[in-house]
Design a protein around this ligand. Structure first.
Ligand code: PMP
Length: 406
């Protein structure tokens, strides 16, 4: 008598209908399964069959063997959404945006001869890589893991503010030094529409636009910058396919990114490219590409309404404020509906907010992971409906207990 389905950890029984009340709400990861119902409704239209003989050869990332059809659809989608300028820009494919983040750091860094024993000696100065806390930790982790003479992770952006105040921590910019700033906009974890802090000839920004889609934010304007990175993961929800793309203005930077991809993986899987194309074609076939964003936005908006309603009566917890902007995609002013709640514990003694929530059966991601403090916890709102409902249920219990105390 085998179960008919694979139950998630909170459910058991033959048809997964038995709820286990002791189960925790796991809202740790940013797995974008909130879009699964959209694809279930389009199961046949989005299905992909690939014959054994099809697309067998290498996909050299030299700009000739990537799918021109896929590139065309990406440009068309950006034109519909209005979130990125693609005219006259180069596009580089990557195995998720994760692979492109480091490709971009590599491409924006100078070539420092590897014989120079210390960065800065012998003809080139290693670029510094910075980001503003709270930020997505991969930027630092990757930069340090792929240690190179060409670049080094150098801490928080604020240490490099040009002409900044005389704080002893502020560093002077050595001659010829490039600073590469990661700008996540909307930001992970707090959803803010960040902009580059550092401006000037030696400062280069990598805009991580993973969440710059109408599911999560109004689109105030098309990103016209030098280098911006997008991913299928948070657009269609297909994080497992590992597909992202960078939109690059400068041809030399583009060529350096291609070289990185060539040496790193010899290009992006053709199977992945075929799947991405099928998904984008399915999206574009409906309402010129608008339907998925209606679905995504409505889902996120309704989740935010429920979450806010619960937290609004609490003095113990608060959520980040979200901004409203005119959205060029929807043609009206709208609030953002970020992928994550950035919850704060307000009581002085509850500085370990992660621990407070964990004890109440909510597994978030502590603020210290994002170089903030654990007084904040990131709650993922983009997992399945069950995950979200369980989160609201557990939070509701916490807030009700707080009110009983009063
Ligand atoms: N950038 C940000 C800000 C993210 O949150 C994520 C995923 N959580 C990524 C990049 C990586 O996404 P992927 O490699 O799946 O494209």
């Amino acid at each position: 008598d085998l179960p008919v389905c694979e139950c998630n950890t909170c459910y058991g029984g033959r048809d997964c209908s038995k709820f286990s009340p002791s189960c925790s709400a796991d809202v740790d990861s940013g797995n974008p399964l909130f879009l699964e119902p959209y694809w279930r409704q389009r199961a046949a239209a989005s299905a992909l069959v690939v014959s054994g003989w099809h697309r067998m050869g290498y996909s050299f990332p030299d700009g000739t063997n990537i799918s021109p059809e896929l590139e065309r659809h990406i440009r068309q989608l950006h034109a519909v959404v209005g979130n990125a300028v693609t005219e006259g820009r180069f596009i580089v494919f990557g195995a998720g945006s994760t692979q492109l983040l480091n490709a971009a750091v590599h491409a924006l860094s100078p070539d420092v001869p590897s014989t120079s024993s210390t960065a800065g000696g012998g003809g080139g100065v290693a670029a510094g890589v910075v980001a503003t806390a709270p930020f997505y930790p991969i930027y630092e982790l990757q930069t340090e893991y792929f240690a190179s003479v060409d670049f080094q992770y150098q801490g928080d952006t604020s240490l490099w503010i040009a002409g900044g105040n005389s704080s002893s921590e502020k560093k002077n910019l050595p001659d010829g030094k490039t600073i590469i700033e990661f700008v996540t906009s909307p930001n992970n974890p707090d959803g803010k529409l960040n902009e580059a802090v550092l401006k000037g000839p030696n400062f280069k920004a990598i805009y991580d636009r993973a969440y710059y889609w109408p599911h999560f934010t109004p689109i105030p304007a098309a990103d016209d910058g030098e280098l911006k990175i997008f991913t299928l993961s948070k657009l269609t929800g297909h994080a497992g396919s590992r597909f992202g793309w960078a939109i690059v203005k400068d041809e030399d930077v583009y060529n350096k990114m291609l070289m990185h991809m060539q040496l790193n993986t010899m290009g992006v899987s053709r199977d992945t490219q075929l799947r991405a194309l099928k998904l984008l074609k399915t999206i574009m076939a409906e309402g010129g590409g608008r339907t998925i964003f209606d679905f995504g936005y409505q889902t996120m908006k309704s989740r935010w309404e429920k979450l806010r309603k619960v937290v609004s009566v609490s003095k113990r917890f608060s959520l980040q404020d979200v901004s409203s902007h005119y959205c060029v995609f929807s043609g009206r002013v709208r609030e953002s509906s970020p992928a994550y709640g950035w919850l704060k514990c307000e009581r002085e003694e509850e500085s370990d907010c992660y621990g407070v929530l964990k004890a109440a059966g909510i597994i978030g991601r502590g603020g210290s992971v994002f170089y903030a403090t654990d007084r904040n916890v990131r709650l993922s709102l983009i997992k399945t409906r069950d995950d979200f409902d369980l989160l609201v249920d557990k939070l509701q219990k916490l807030v009700s207990a707080e009110q009983d105390e009063e």
